[in-house]
Design a protein around this ligand. Structure first.
Ligand code: SGN
Ligand code: CA
Length: 531
């Protein structure tokens, strides 16, 4: 109680959303709860998609530790990001606001304004210890954390360099996913046990270029992965999809050396050099282990070079195997972190969240990467193991978004959620009594992607998704609308925009889009009209 009282200062968000002085942070309810408030362990991976989690069904690989988390808690089936890219997604999570409000719209030119109101700062004010370990990717130094230890930019898989909160940096021996887990556990060991905590564990896995832990080099090598049914998509009626650069087939998009590790001695391309730079971070002995395995693959490939569809299918198999290997270590490390919580009697009063910064394409539409508002990358996995007092279990099929995490954590901490936060607290979905109150949950989510022109060349677009339909507008250098009926066309192969049978739906979706743009105060349509 002492810490809470010390911190029970007054706080009001300033009109511009900055940290104002003064005014109440705590509700009396929270103060009465004292330090019984739940801890939060927020595990966010990079590019881990629901298609590669067995608890989501249809997965070609097993993820037993994530399955257990889902079994003991809740699994969200309609969990979406607001902008399917790392930095923007992280900024949405941290602020509870959409990209046009938090200012971080894209990776290439963004620098997160760390002076703005963020959820970790509000959690600190509510009396929580806050710590961040792993990928940050927001360029500016983290603010609002009592402790941080982050990867530089995208980070490295092997013997990664960490930037520490004392201004120093060091290269740490080991595999990135193990090290991040070790650091998370180490921080929990040394924390102040009088105060609740929120710990952000941000993995690099399973980001490109999918370099596995050496112990997993041979995993999944006997497995042949099924091609998604729309792997050979020709993008009829979808102009933006025709012009992307994230196809597995294209040698310019998915690189045989960098992505598939089929090394060609003497190749001096940028990606080939980058690949070697990453692998040469290993010790000489580990490099030998690494190359022994991969050289044999490369030699076998060169002995029978492939072309056309056979080459594309070969790249797909290599991609799937490497991604699966990286995911295996991730699942094991989630298990290790959960075991720590279990062994230290922390599970009962801890919210454990497992999510990713966005979903990913595992060959659907012939792609890897993300960015599009199509299902695979609009979705992001979301599992929660709930602390005592939150009774919901099983599947949650309400539509939720990563802007909802900030208000959820604040409400769980008993803090007031500032009015300018745009997400909705998920607490009513997690408590039986709140659910039975009959209140309506949101019926649509809003999306806006900005990073164009850029790597993978996904056009700028925004849109709305309801439980059944999706309307997308690709803009800037094109002007194309797309409409999907997710019930009859879940893989989004048929653009129905302009189809007379869907005239009414189209009109309703346009109306819903306008309402959401007004509600969230996104000026884009006005900007486009003013052009
Ligand atoms: C890197 C990758 C891209 C990826 C972006 C964004 N290229 O630039 O393939 O789309 O990150 O990913 S690489 O050659 O460097 O691997 S994000 O998840 O961080 O947004
Ligand atoms: Ca990512």
């Amino acid at each position: 109680m002492k810490n809470i009282l010390q911190l029970a200062r007054h706080y009001t968000p300033s009109p511009r959303g900055g940290m104002g002085v003064g005014v109440v942070l705590f509700s009396l309810h929270a103060m009465a709860q004292g330090d019984a408030r739940p801890n939060i362990v927020y595990i966010m991976t990079d590019d881990h998609t629901a298609q590669m989690m067995s608890c989501y069904g249809q997965s070609p690989i097993q993820t037993p530790n994530l399955d257990r988390l889902a079994q003991e808690g809740v699994r969200f089936t309609h969990s979406f990001v607001a902008n399917s890219l790392s930095g923007p997604s992280r900024a949405c999570m941290l602020t509870g606001k959409l990209s046009h409000k938090n200012g971080f719209t894209n990776n290439e030119h963004g620098i997160f304004d760390g002076s703005q109101q963020t959820m970790p700062k509000l959690m600190q004010l509510a009396g929580y210890q806050t710590a961040l370990i792993g990928k940050w990717h927001l360029v500016s130094e983290p603010t609002g954390f009592n402790h941080w230890d982050i990867l530089e930019g995208q980070g490295e898989y092997y013997n990664p360099t960490f930037l520490h909160d004392d201004g120093t940096q060091s290269r740490e021996p080991g595999y990135c996913t193990d090290i991040i887990t070790d650091k998370a556990i180490q921080w929990m060991e040394g924390r102040d046990r009088e105060q609740p905590f929120i710990l952000f564990v941000h993995h690099k896995a399973c980001h490109r270029d999918w370099l596995p832990d050496l112990k997993d080099l041979r995993a999944y090598e006997d497995q042949t992965f099924d091609l998604p049914q729309n792997f050979w998509d020709t993008y009829d009626g979808r102009l933006a999809a025709q012009q992307q650069e994230m196809s597995i087939a294209s040698p310019h998009d998915m690189d045989l050396i960098y992505d598939n590790k089929i090394y060609q001695p003497g190749d001096t391309s940028r990606l080939s050099q980058l690949y070697l730079d990453y692998v040469r971070r290993l010790s000489p002995a580990d490099q030998r282990t690494y190359f022994q395995f991969h050289d044999s693959l490369s030699q076998a490939f060169r002995a029978h070079p492939l072309t056309g569809r056979a080459l594309t299918e070969f790249k797909f198999q290599r991609y799937m195997r490497d991604y699966a290997k990286v995911t295996k270590s991730l699942d094991e490390n989630v298990g290790r972190l959960m075991q720590y919580l279990r062994d230290h009697d922390l599970l009962d009063n801890t919210l454990v969240v497992y999510t990713s910064d966005q979903g990913f394409y595992m060959g659907e539409h012939g792609w890897f990467d993300k960015r599009f508002m199509y299902e695979e990358s609009l979705n992001t996995p979301l599992l929660m193991r709930l602390p005592k007092g939150y009774e919901r279990r099983g599947i949650v099929d309400e539509m939720v978004q990563n802007i909802d995490y900030a208000p959820t954590f604040l409400q769980m901490a008993g803090a007031v959620v500032p009015d300018d936060i745009q997400g909705q607290s998920l607490v009513p979905l997690l408590k039986e009594d709140a659910r039975s109150s009959g209140e309506q949950w949101r019926d649509a989510i809003y999306y806006h992607y900005y990073e164009f022109p850029a790597e993978h060349q996904v056009k700028r677009h925004y849109g709305v998704r309801t439980q059944r339909y999706k309307l997308i507008h690709f803009y800037r250098d094109i002007d194309q609308w797309e409409l999907y009926d997710l019930q009859t066309d879940p893989t989004e192969m048929h653009n129905l925009y302009g189809n007379p049978k869907y005239k009414k739906v189209q009109r309703q979706m346009h109306r819903r889009l306008r309402q959401l743009q007004q509600q969230y105060d996104d000026p884009i349509e006005k900007e486009l009209r003013g052009k």
